[in-house]
Design a protein around this ligand. Structure first.
Ligand SMILES: [Zn+2]
Length: 426
């Protein structure tokens, strides 16, 4: 972690500032703390592989003891949840040491110790494309003149990447906060290099100062938070804009499930009114995800001036909730044009399988879902992914070289071709 992070970091329990405990074992270089112990007025927290661990769950306590014993590798193993499975720990450590290792290889080495899910397909799934469009529209509006973003419960940083490429803000890089150390670790190395990862518990007060951010977001996770009321009030605290001269920020919860309907991986969702109630004096706007999805599939604009009726909202599987006093947020937003240069690399969407070739110049692909469960949850991607597609070999070569030839522009727009992080392993 960079020492400037001390300006925004606070103890989640006593709220005081933190400092490096210089009498304990530490590894620093310049303004970066790689390993060490941070102290506040009430307790101590470890920094492991440059990531502050701001909670007191059992693995964090073990990891802190390992740091104090001058064992940083063992501390990382404890945070990875691998200290009692040495064979896997060694395999993961070996991959980490290799500069050629991919995100996919490391996730697969973790096996059941890290929920891999459908990460390969994440950058083109229907939930993601709505989340991405919302982030670009809302964060793009409130961060235009500076300020910082935080992606809370952001997992391995897929949407944190949307906050970074192309740059939304002249301010410092976004913070990615999640309870799962392995996920934020993977995000910093692969998915969102340059983000500032912090390991913390969404069911506890957030370890950041009031007003530290101008944009706070939580996507595809809020229905799993038990302390929802505390979480929302804390989100509002993080973007508090009452200090003199501050510009209005935004808090956004996207893809949270709806108590009125059933969905796979349901969690403990609230009703639309129940979500609104969490914001107390603020008047958040609640949107049904299907209307936003239709806007994105249509090519925009993403219309945040819409007012969905209660009846519409009650029928929705997932909702987005935005609280902001910025006049530019609740308006129609043009979608950004598809990228002409990749932030990482262009690849054919892994939902497509190449067919045996009939022509040396063209490759034919067929859309194929990995499982029936995937199809049930994400089958709406058929609205933008054609069942079959042919791509000229020359176009594939240009894409691999980081260019979008005229014949492939529509492939990128439809997400037949996706821009994924380098060494992602697709
Ligand atoms: Zn404290």
């Amino acid at each position: 972690m960079h020492t400037s992070t001390f300006d925004i970091l606070r103890c989640p329990y006593c709220g005081s500032r933190l400092d490096l405990v210089t009498s304990s074992f530490n590894e620093t270089s310049g303004d970066d703390i790689h390993t060490g112990i941070l102290g506040c007025q009430c307790c101590v927290f470890p920094v492991i592989d440059g990531i502050p661990v701001m909670h007191l769950q059992p693995n964090a306590t073990v990891a802190r003891e390992r740091v104090e014993q001058r064992k940083p590798v063992e501390a990382r193993r404890a945070m990875f949840g691998l200290d009692e499975v040495p064979a896997i720990a060694e395999r993961v450590d070996g991959l980490i040491a290799s500069p050629d290792a991919t995100y996919r290889q490391i996730v697969e080495a973790f096996g059941e110790h890290l929920e891999g899910g459908y990460f390969l397909y994440r950058f083109a799934d229907p939930t993601f494309i709505v989340g991405h469009a919302l982030v670009r529209a809302v964060a793009g509006t409130v961060l235009r003149e500076g300020g910082r973003a935080v992606d809370i419960c952001g997992g391995s940083g897929h949407l944190t990447r949307s906050l970074m490429h192309p740059t939304l803000s002249p301010g410092p890089p976004p913070v990615l906060a999640d309870l799962y150390f392995a996920k934020v670790w993977l995000a910093r190395r692969f998915t969102s290099p340059g983000c500032e990862p912090v390991c913390c518990d969404g069911n506890s007060p957030m370890p950041f100062a009031r007003g530290a951010f101008r944009y706070a977001t939580c996507s595809d996770a809020f229905m799993y938070i038990w302390t929802k009321r505390q979480f929302v009030l804390d989100m509002l605290r993080l973007i508090d804009d009452r200090s003199k001269g501050a510009r209005p920020g935004a808090a956004m919860i996207s893809h949270t499930h709806n108590q009125c309907t059933w969905t796979p991986s349901h969690g403990q969702p609230l009703t639309p009114g129940g979500y609104r109630n969490l914001f107390e004096n603020e008047q958040p706007h609640v949107f049904g995800e299907s209307g936003l999805f239709a806007d994105v599939v249509r090519g925009g604009p993403l219309d945040l001036s819409r007012v969905d009726s209660e009846k519409t909202l009650e029928a929705e599987q997932a909702l987005a909730i935005i609280s902001s006093r910025h006049p530019g947020v609740f308006a129609p937003h043009s979608l950004e044009p598809p990228p002409t240069r990749p932030a990482g690399e262009f690849v054919v969407n892994p939902l497509y399988v190449a067919e045996p070739s009939q022509s040396p110049d063209v490759t034919r692909y067929r859309l194929r879902f990995p499982t029936e469960d995937y199809e049930q949850e994400y089958g709406a991607c058929r609205e933008y992914l054609p069942p079959e597609v042919s791509i000229a070999r020359a176009d594939l070569q240009a894409l691999a070289a980081g260019r979008v030839p005229a014949g492939a522009a529509d492939m990128v727009r439809r997400r037949v071709v996706v821009d994924i992080p380098l060494r992602y392993g697709v």
